[in-house]
Design a protein around this ligand. Sequence first.
Ligand SMILES: [Mg+2]
Ligand SMILES: [Zn+2]
Length: 103
Amino acid sequence: MNDDKSFDLRAFQQHIATTFGKKDAERGLAGTFMYFMEEVGELAEALREPDKHDLNGEFADCLAWLASLAHLAGIDLAQVSAAKYSGICPKCRARPCACLSKP
Ligand SMILES: [Mg+2]
Ligand SMILES: [Zn+2]
């Protein structure tokens, strides 16, 4: 699998699918989305009080559950991410993005 120096999103999604895909499929898309949102909530808590929570772990949990969702939905997270965010902002077409400077 990936180590932190050669992280590959496609390999990560495949790793998550191999490890959890059967359980994810049994739970289904809606149930898995609930777990993902639960992790997003845990990330919010960790961002608010990082000394009381595992901030690193919550970021990792969110990405792992997002990868599970993508697998269930038949989405190649690496492909769609690279296609939409390959170099420029998809809205303003600038890099760096100029959207935030607008009201
Ligand atoms: Mg968590
Ligand atoms: Zn922009």
